[in-house]
Design a protein around this ligand. Sequence first.
Ligand code: GDP
Ligand code: IMO
Ligand code: MG
Length: 420
Amino acid sequence: MKADVLLGLQWGDEGKGKIVDVLTPKYDVITRFQGGPNAGHSLEFNQIKHVLHTIPSGVFHDGQVNIIGNGVVIDPVIFKKETESIAKLGVNLIPKLFISRKAHLILPSHRILDAASEAAKGITKIGSTLKGIGPTYMDKTGRNGLRVGDILSADFLDKYNHLKKKHIDLLRLYDFVYNIEEQEAQWFAGIEELRRYTIVDSEFEINHFLSAGKKVLAEGAQGTMLDIDFGSYPFVTSSNTISAGACTGLGIAPTRIGEVFGVFKAYCTRVGSGPFPTELLDETGERLRQKGHEFGATTGRPRRCGWLDLVALKYSIMINGVTQLFMTKADVLSEFEYIKVCTGYNVNGHITERLPYDLNEVDSAEYFEFKGWDKDLTQVDNKEDIPDNLNKYIQFIEKETGLPITIVSLGPDRKQILYR
Ligand code: GDP
Ligand code: IMO
Ligand code: MG
């Protein structure tokens, strides 16, 4: 078998968690391959609303194994809170959650470094979620990191103190007040929680599952425009959010990747700083934010809203090798008199469909305008009931991208889904 990858094509929050939850019954293994608690993946079912940060979005079904892969960074404090809130819903995670020995740990001092670095940047700050993501991946590539496997070694405390001291030395560079000790008791309690789970060499596990004919779904976090190499650098996260990240974040070869499912919102959002060519700073943007409840699942920050950007979408499709598109939140666009789609960028007086080196070079966006539809879509469960104008919108995107939109999501609940 090959592993299918599901990932975001925009700036995150495309609705990945919801779709993974919907697709889980078709799979045997659900696995996260990068990012950490900067992610907030919302699931809704049976009147329950739940946000996952580190744990794969397959845990609310029975019969699947969920794996936190080597490419993920784990904050034990947040992990413990997550497991406790899942336990309250009556789910026993112990038999269904495995954690890679090679996943890196976010220390309290990583979080402090993230905050100190952002504070020092002032108005040029990235708008990080302040979860310590950047500093943890820096220690990983700098070969200083602490990994899940280390918690089983006799000298774990020495390793922890060694890295903490390095961070204290670094923090001298900043004019920043902090207190590491007040966060440490919770952190070590989180380490104890981690020890309760099955810690695995996940690359062996996943390859073995594939060889045994099991179906594996790799769940991405963030989105392609936040990728460390191909996103709107430097306003990005610190991992490879793209399909290639599933190979390095799980230890599977490119030849073992099957479908690449690209999830995109019917419009665009971004949270945090950085260029956003189709951003709407007017009432229409505010209307999208209110109708779409566009407030961050991790930080609660209002998300910036704008029209769908086909230039960026096509770029993401190219980088990921997307084979099928899934569109979410089309229901939010109901009742808009018109809907726009960006088909080109104006850069230095020329219209281009090529993403520039620096997205700040985009002076304005070129749009194609569609007539809206009045119908409430949240109860639609048959493709014959899709309004004509929405069909035109869908078909336009399919023609432009050359890919089929095989799933349309029409509400936050597990049941609000349409297969085409
Ligand atoms: P993720 O990070 O990609 O998993 O997405 P988030 O959970 O951060 O943000 C998506 C938000 O939209 C959540 O509040 C979801 O409950 C909600 N959502 C997902 N799909 C749909 C949809 O089709 N329609 C509507 N109205 N909301 C949706
Ligand atoms: P999910 O998986 C949306 C954004 C932050 C910031 C930038 C860097 O829920 O789609 P970081 O904390 O990673 O150093 O922040 O990336 N960001 C996200 N935006 N959804 C996410 O995850 C995000 N994870 C990080 O807002 O702009
Ligand atoms: Mg999210």
